[in-house]
Design a protein around this ligand. Structure first.
Ligand code: NZQ
Ligand code: ZN
Length: 385
């Protein structure tokens, strides 16, 4: 196991009454800006519930944060917050609203061009307003981590920043708030969480047995409960388990002390920018192709994953690995996500452009061994069609 420091300051408030418990987490004299997405928070009553829970607080609302939150939209929120002297941000939504709100939290007190905060992977962020999160879509894990992924389509950019100032103060997780998710977002959430675990688990062994067993537990849970959410969307226990799994999948716990990959995520950002695929859709396409191409360096963990998750223990190593990748692909498909680009109506990807963008974004040698070079990425992308 590698040396590590693990610190996660986010308080988790879980259960049917979670929103009713947030008022005590916000200073009584705070000027609060509630942020949300295009429509769902208002339509399904979560916004009203939050506003009622914060009766007596000084509240400003900022809605309209889109999926893959756009820099230009967030700039409007930053301007509004500055005008109203906001000093607490409360996000209602999935990864996009929470990430966008975290970025605003860092940008509001920043005295320079906010775009600069996206440089250097967010390392230059010195402070941020406090953020709370009310989760309506379990997937990103953003509610309990220090990351934000911000897009700026005009310059073909989707970039991850990480900084400990970005940990939310609290995350309110009420599984009933996920009952309204459309099938596509249920599938997206399960696949994104599954891949977060794979990015931290499916690398090379370092005897991180605690991390391996925690990861395997989450993967098995997602396989068991994910399909149930598709057919029984109002099953509280199913939703509760998926919600908690999504948060634990990317809150630093399973990744502490082990190598991490993230090449599928990074390449996926470019596919979202260029072709508009949902975040999880990019992963469903890239991961099976990536595992095929990188089976050599991931061999030991692939065999372990195949045996412990998919029960594949006989046959040659090569056939076991092939079957493991096939089963992974079939699971993504069973959650409603095509695993080939043509499944999304994309006949051909401009591989040169994807690689050019990755290089421009400083991502030409990715993965746990820094060996996912442009030629490897080209091979992976060619397998995605
Ligand atoms: O905008 P509204 O109307 O609210 O609709 C949203 C949105 O269209 C809808 N939705 C959310 N909750 C709902 C609901 N619809 C019905 N009922 C509900 N309860 O779902 C749509 C997608 O929402 P979004 O927030 O975009 O989804 P997700 O949570 O998958 O977030 C994706 C973003 O998170 C980033 C992704 O890159 C992407 O930008 N990620 C953030 C990470 C992090 N901060 O650690 C890690 C992840 O790997 C990921 O990259
Ligand atoms: Zn993800």
């Amino acid at each position: 196991m590698f040396n590590f420091t693990f610190h996660n300051p986010t308080k988790v408030i879980f259960g049917k009454d979670a929103i009713g418990r947030i008022a005590g987490e916000i200073p009584r004299d705070a000027k609060v800006m509630i942020t949300y997405g295009a429509m769902s928070a208002r339509k399904y009553g979560v916004l009203d519930e939050v506003v009622s829970a914060l009766a007596g607080f000084d509240i400003t609302e900022f809605g309209g944060i889109e999926a893959n939150p756009e820099y230009e939209t967030l700039m409007q929120g930053i301007a509004l917050a500055r005008k109203k002297n906001i000093n607490f941000l409360l996000a209602i939504g999935g990864g996009s609203v929470i990430d966008g709100t975290k970025f605003m939290a860092a940008a509001i007190p920043f005295n320079n061009e906010p775009f600069l905060l996206l440089e250097n992977k967010g390392a230059d962020i010195c402070r941020a307003l406090p953020v709370g999160a009310v989760v309506t879509l379990p997937a990103s894990g953003s509610e309990m981590n220090n990351r934000a992924i911000i897009s700026r389509k005009s310059v073909r950019l989707k970039r991850a920043i990480m900084n400990d100032c970005l940990f939310p103060r609290f995350a309110a997780l009420d599984p009933t708030k996920t009952f309204t998710l459309p099938v596509r977002q249920i599938g997206n959430g399960v696949v994104d969480t599954f891949v977060h675990v794979l990015e931290q688990y499916l690398t090379y062994p370092v005897n991180g047995k605690v991390q391996d067993r925690l990861s395997e537990g989450l993967l098995l849970l997602l396989m068991e409960e994910g399909p149930k959410a598709l057919v029984d969307p109002k099953n509280y226990d199913v939703r509760a388990n998926l919600m908690w799994a999504a948060t634990l999948g990317l809150n630093g716990l399973i990744g502490a002390g082990v190598p991490q990959d993230w090449a599928a995520h990074r390449a996926g950002y470019e596919l979202t920018v260029l072709y508009g695929l949902d975040h999880a859709q990019t992963l469903a396409v890239i991961v099976p192709a990536m595992l095929k191409v990188r089976a050599g360096s991931k061999k030991q963990k692939l065999l372990q994953y195949g045996e412990r998750i998919w029960g594949i223990s006989s046959g040659t190593e090569a056939t076991r690995i092939d079957t493991t990748i096939d089963r992974t692909r079939a699971f993504f498909e069973s959650m409603g996500l095509p695993t080939r680009l043509r499944g999304y109506g994309i006949q051909a990807v401009d591989t040169d452009l994807v690689i050019k963008l990755l290089e421009a974004h400083g991502l030409s040698n990715m993965g746990e061994n820094n060996d996912v070079m442009p030629d490897v990425m080209r091979e992976i992308l060619n397998l995605c069609h």
